[in-house]
Design a protein around this ligand. Structure first.
Ligand SMILES: Cc1cc2nc3c(=O)[nH]c(=O)nc-3n(C[C@H](O)[C@H](O)[C@H](O)COP(=O)(O)OP(=O)(O)OC[C@H]3O[C@@H](n4cnc5c(N)ncnc54)[C@H](O)[C@@H]3O)c2cc1C
Length: 585
């Protein structure tokens, strides 16, 4: 059953790891993974620790857009929008198999705030700031200019909209990050191929340091949270990319570092497709009379709706979706729907996602969140903190940012390392602006012909065409490795569930090549089955029976893993349906 490892193979254990690195990275979200890719590709000896799974923090909870963020223009955050639009193009060219151009509709009602003319000015500015959007872009990634849709054209495209006072709508394009989990993994693989060591489920517990009048960071201590094994790693510099938790990591230093983080909870819901199956192809940026907005995205045949943006007082990685979060989204979207349209209820909600936005705070030493001002209008800019100014050497933290700007942040970060702590360390040139993500078929080329060809070859080997397309889209050039597993073991071509195109061979590959160590790693971030609706106990059992032996689990461990994962998912699915202080509905 084992597949032979490739350059992209992510390892799963602390054994056989060198003790000395140029760069140690804390956090395997899009920011940390991008830094790992950038640093390793520039020839730096790089190791990354992620306490959960790669991309399981905030990076797993996005609205799924690689976008400029049109609404940030309302806060005059032109620099962030321009940077993000530049990155939108760069990320799309580097991973054409995992992105799609999506038309967005921004409806304008008579009561809209900002008023229609101002929305129009914003859309035009957005387009102007994206002046280079089609540079080197193949047809599939070309973005047209925005345009005004008359009321009737708008309703033909989005029939569920409230018609009263509706004037029409602006249509503009952004880029859908179809499976953010897989794209993040593609960068992780690029980092691995360049020599980085990436470890998941390993928590950094503290810093190794010497102190005189200054604190000199020399490395980190870390614990494998699944095995309990501990490790100490030395490094010339440490980059703290722990997202919303950078301040918690810094707290282990026991002294001030000048970093403050505001946290905001962001929730999405996955529902039946608004307007009926297959009827609406556009994403809708719907702003209700309450002033709140949601994005309603057609995704995997359903509607993905959100986000909320609610300040939260302190941590927690244990943040959960509450009934109020779901009600807020339902109320907002329902208030933009036609009277004749059946309103969404909690019964229509198939699953939820939640994440904590890391928002930088102009600080303050040591104070924890004071959240009075709210986070909706907080800047999505990123910030590099060099802690030398606070008497701590060889340590940087990265605050804020967006999924879209992870690469740019990483490039800036590694430039700074080479100018400072790593001055004189041998490095090599690497331009991540024109580098493909791991497994991409080609840079700046339409992926469809590659996908079609791959699916036809897989079809000759007994894999149904639509499943072959699904695999080629998810894995890019690595489809050959899934195909090889199926050829060795034809029953692994079986679909895991009728509503999903994932097959058993992907489970094997997730463990042997993609660093998966838990059932959630497999169903939520290697396969897509965990992202498109509830996962049944039967599916978890099938996954565990295939993955368990590869992970060295005996029968007891397999049963325990199934029970724990099923219970965890049940708690998540039930919590938001349970009124505060009440019983489950
Ligand atoms: C609801 C919502 C919607 C969003 N939508 C979009 C969007 O559509 N487009 C976009 O561009 N951006 C979007 N964003 C923003 C984007 O998701 C985040 O900016 C980005 O994912 C942050 O990535 P990160 O790597 O900095 O943080 P994270 O992804 O949170 O990664 C930090 C990691 O550090 C790990 N960690 C913490 N402490 C330790 C430790 N001690 N040891 C080891 N590891 C540790 C955590 O487990 C975590 O995985 C959205 C955010 C939210 C919340």
């Amino acid at each position: 059953m084992n597949s032979t490892s490739s350059a992209f193979t992510i390892q799963r254990s602390l054994s056989d790891i060198d003790q000395d690195f140029d760069v140690i990275i804390i956090g395997g979200g899009i920011t940390g993974i991008s830094v790992a890719r950038e640093a390793a590709s520039r020839g730096l000896k790089t190791i990354l620790f992620e306490r959960g799974d790669f991309g399981s923090g905030t990076s797993a909870a996005t609205t799924k857009y690689i976008h400029g963020g049109i609404r940030y223009l309302e806060q005059y955050d032109v620099a962030v929008v321009r940077e993000s639009l530049r990155e939108r193009r760069i990320l799309a060219l580097g991973a054409p198999h995992l992105v799609e151009q999506t038309r967005f509709i921004m409806p304008a009602w008579r009561w809209s705030k900002p008023p229609t003319a101002l929305i129009g000015a914003g859309v035009l500015l957005y387009d102007t700031l994206a002046f280079d959007r089609n540079l080197r872009a193949p047809d599939s990634l070309r973005i047209p200019h925005p345009r005004w849709l008359s009321r009737s054209k708008l309703l033909a495209a989005v029939p569920w909209l409230d018609q009263s006072g509706l004037q029409g709508g602006f249509a503009y394009h952004d880029t859908l990050n179809v499976h953010p989990e897989r794209l993040l993994l593609a960068y992780a693989k690029a980092a691995t191929a360049a020599g980085a060591v990436l470890l998941n489920h390993v928590r950094v517990t503290g810093f190794v340091s010497t102190s005189s009048d200054r604190l000199n960071i020399e490395g980190v201590t870390a614990t494998d949270v699944l095995s309990g094994n501990e490790i100490t790693i030395k490094g010339k510099v440490v980059v703290n990319a722990a997202g919303p938790w950078i301040d918690k990591v810094l707290a282990t230093l026991g002294q001030g570092t000048g970093v403050g983080v505001d946290r905001s909870k962001g929730v999405h819901i996955l529902t039946r497709p608004l307007g009926g199956p297959g009827r609406v192809a556009d994403a809708v940026f719907a702003r209700a009379q309450s002033g709140r907005h949601v994005i309603v995205s057609p995704w995997m045949g359903k509607s993905f709706i959100g986000p909320t943006d609610t300040p939260i007082a302190s941590d927690e990685s244990g943040v959960v979706v509450d009934p109020d979060d779901v009600t807020l989204i339902l109320d907002t979207v329902n208030s933009t729907m036609a009277a004749s349209e059946p309103k969404l209820t909690t019964d229509d909600v198939e699953m939820t996602t939640v994440g904590v936005r890391p928002l930088i705070r102009e600080t303050t030493e040591g104070d924890d969140a004071s959240q009075d001002e709210g986070t909706y209008s907080a800047s999505r800019a990123h910030e590099l903190y060099h802690h030398a100014g606070y008497g701590v050497d060889n340590l940087w933290s990265i605050g804020g940012g967006k999924w879209t700007t992870g690469r740019a942040t990483a490039e800036e970060m590694v430039d700074e390392l080479l100018k400072n702590e790593l001055q004189g360390v041998r490095s090599r040139p690497f331009d991540s602006r024109s580098a493909a993500a791991g497994g991409a078929f080609a840079w700046a080329e339409d992926a469809e012909p590659f996908i079609t060809e791959a699916a036809m070859i897989m079809n000759d080997h007994g894999i149904a065409l639509h499943i072959g397309e699904h695999i080629a889209r998810l894995y890019g050039t690595e489809w050959v490795r899934i195909d090889a597993i199926v050829q060795q073991n034809p029953t692994s071509a079986q679909q895991l569930s009728p509503g999903c195109n994932d097959i058993e061979a992907q489970i094997i590959f997730a463990v042997t090549d993609e660093g998966a160590r838990t059932l959630s790693d497999i169903v939520d971030r290697r396969l897509v089955i965990g992202t498109i609706g509830p996962v049944s106990r039967e599916v978890l059992e099938r996954v565990a029976l295939v993955a368990g032996p590869l992970l060295g689990w005996d029968e007891t461990a397999i049963q325990e893993a199934i029970r724990r994962e099923f219970d965890r998912r049940t708690v998540i699915a039930t919590h938001w349906r349970t009124p505060v202080g009440g019983a489950s509905q």
